[in-house]
Design a binder for this molecule. Structure first.
Ligand code: 5GP
Ligand code: ZN
Length: 115
């Protein structure tokens, strides 16, 4: 764990957070500044800086399956949800620990990929 990384500290329990999902490799918790009625961050316990640094296919699959599980548990899987991964400065990433945004509970523009 990177002790100066906020998501490492949440994943290790050093900072208390209400985890909506956790397993051996993955944790999920609400975003502190929600952009939708449901806004959950799904992150690997291991410190990985961004998607550009992910080289573990097994972990990649586990993360994606965790996103789907969080959506089912949150009751939003059927109506639909949006999943976003921001990578690097131009990708809009502000926290340098890989995370999947799971957003739901409002209608997102069809086909919109953002600005
Ligand atoms: P990014 O811009 O890197 O894709 O997303 C980072 C997200 O992390 C933002 O949506 C921001 O609101 C959220 N965030 C930043 N610091 C914290 C924190 O300490 N706790 C939680 N739960 N979310 C955070
Ligand atoms: Zn980290």
């Amino acid at each position: 764990m990177a002790s100066d990384c906020i998501f490492c500290r949440i994943a290790s329990g050093a900072i208390p957070a209400s985890l909506v999902y956790q397993d051996e490799h993955v944790v999920a918790f609400p975003d502190v500044h929600p952009q939708a009625p449901t806004h959950v961050l799904v992150v690997p316990r291991k410190h990985i800086g961004s998607l550009a640094e992910l080289d573990d296919a097994d972990l990649a699959g586990k993360l994606l399956l965790a996103v789907a599980e969080v959506a089912r548990r949150g009751g939003v899987a059927e109506r639909g949800f949006r999943t976003i991964i921001n990578t690097g400065a131009e990708g809009g990433q502000t926290v340098p620990h890989l995370h999947f945004h799971l957003l739901a509970g409002r209608k997102f523009a069809e086909g919109s990929l953002g600005e």
